[in-house]
Design a protein around this ligand. Structure first.
Ligand code: ATP
Ligand code: MG
Length: 421
């Protein structure tokens, strides 16, 4: 894409009321627009990152046989009353409204109750399961404090999945497959080394739920981590009983600030029993379905990636989620001959299937470099009078600052390497 055409601009300053570094950088880079605290619009650059994260999650969900759908944002009060989760005392993040025609509705902060209820129309017998569905949805939560930028939105994109099985064996299989799929996601987006399956407060059915916590200074959680053993414990369940049941000692655990990028819940058959979601067994008995619930904070993940990897110059995107792979920065473009030449290089990179943002703007070199650092595309390639004369391009890796001089035939191989950066 040509930067002269790209909708949005970079800015020198973020809004004064923006406290979070992730949102400040995203706003300054032209990735998001702040509507109000905890509410952000995704502009073309931000949307490209969001869609890349979603696509990775989609591939991992599809790979374990989960099927995509979209549920509704408006939800029925009666469904949540049935499980005692309608009142603000039980769930403190509800947004609610009234229908003009009469009656109350809730705005979806989770879809456990609606999906369980929906499945009553589709699951009647053991032959109808196992089934797992997922969606990407904008959840609405009336968060009291929304000071962490896109890491804690009042409106945010979640991937939520729900599994339904006839018994413990199939149910456990899906739960374990989800754990693997989730770790694949976090590895692929560039957070694998710092994300831990973490023991956290459970629910009605299990002692623990599993959170996926990423070590991050800006995170809102605190976890105790034994890196070598791969064990992490949320401080909320950090006590002698937990330590004993996990077989670790306090001395083995190091305290870290972390952020919860995912959370999975094993409901056993309790949730379906509450929702009256039952099926016929082979022997003709009516039993509740076994259910699991699995969430990833898609927009939170984007924020965590910004926080973890940004440096003093701006954002640094791992290749897998970067809005473009190469930032082609054109210099001396007021010279018609150089402009033609630069356009040719841009076209040939595109023809190679490389995602290129071409800075063809009429701006000073210093401004272009500063913007390029801020936007954080993995490679910057300079096309200029000098590169035309030399037949070599200066290529800078954003993450390491490493500079290479490459010929046109060498750049493609260099960009298509398998590294995270
Ligand atoms: P938190 O403890 O951070 O408030 P939660 O435990 O209430 O989150 P879940 O209901 O487990 O959140 O939601 C699943 C996932 O959605 C979380 O693991 C997190 O990644 C993401 N998420 C939850 N709340 C928000 C939010 N307000 N903004 C962005 N992402 C969120
Ligand atoms: Mg959670």
């Amino acid at each position: 894409m040509r930067q002269s055409f790209l909708f949005t601009k970079t800015r020198k300053e973020a809004p004064a009321d923006e406290a979070a570094r992730n949102a400040s950088l995203l706003i300054r880079g032209g990735f998001v627009h702040k509507e109000m605290a905890g509410v952000y619009a995704y502009l073309p650059l931000g949307l490209r990152v969001l869609e890349k994260i979603k696509q990775i999650v989609r591939e991992e969900m599809d790979a374990i046989g989960s099927q995509e759908l979209i549920m509704t944002s408006l939800q029925r009060k009666e469904l949540w009353e049935g499980t005692d989760r309608w009142s603000d005392e039980m769930v403190d993040v509800w947004f609610k409204s009234e229908l003009k025609a009469g009656g109350e509705v809730g705005f979806g902060w989770s879809h456990e109750e609606p999906v369980g209820n929906m499945m009553r129309s589709y699951i009647n017998s053991y032959k109808d399961v196992p089934v797992t569905v997922y969606q990407f949805q904008t959840k609405l939560r009336n968060e009291l404090r929304a000071k962490s930028g896109v890491m804690r939105g009042r409106e945010f994109v979640m991937k939520d999945a729900y599994s339904f099985a006839a018994g413990e064996a199939d149910h456990t299989l899906m739960y374990e497959q989800m754990k693997v799929a989730y770790m694949n996601v976090f590895r692929r987006v560039g957070l694998g080394d710092d994300t831990y399956i973490t023991f956290a407060a459970g629910g009605a059915f299990t002692e623990f739920s599993h959170e996926f916590q990423t070590v991050c200074e800006a995170g809102e959680d605190v976890c105790y981590i034994a890196k070598e053993k791969g064990i992490a414990v949320n401080e909320e369940v950090m006590n002698d009983a937990t330590l004993a049941s996990l077989g670790v000692t306090r001395e083995e655990l190091v305290v870290n600030k972390t952020d919860e990028v995912g959370n999975i819940f094993n409901f056993g058959s309790q949730k379906a029993a509450d929702l009256n979601l039952t099926m016929m067994t082979e022997t003709g008995e009516s039993v509740p379905v076994w259910m699991g619930s699995y969430g990833i904070g898609i927009t939170r993940l984007l924020g965590v990636i910004v926080e973890k990897y940004a440096d003093e110059k701006g954002m640094v995107w791992p290749k897998a989620v970067a809005p473009f792979h190469v930032h082609l920065v054109g210099l001396n473009l007021d010279d018609a001959e150089i402009r033609d030449y630069a356009n040719g290089i841009y076209a040939s990179l595109q023809a190679l299937g490389i995602e290129v943002l071409f800075d063809d703007r009429d701006a000073r070199a210093g401004e272009k470099f500063a913007d390029s650092d801020l936007i954080g595309i993995p490679y910057r390639m300079i096309v200029s009078k000098k590169s035309k004369t030399e037949g070599l391009f200066e290529v800078v890796q954003r993450k390491s600052g490493e500079v290479k001089k490459l010929s046109e035939s060498d750049v493609a191989a260099y960009f298509s390497g398998n590294s995270t950066w």
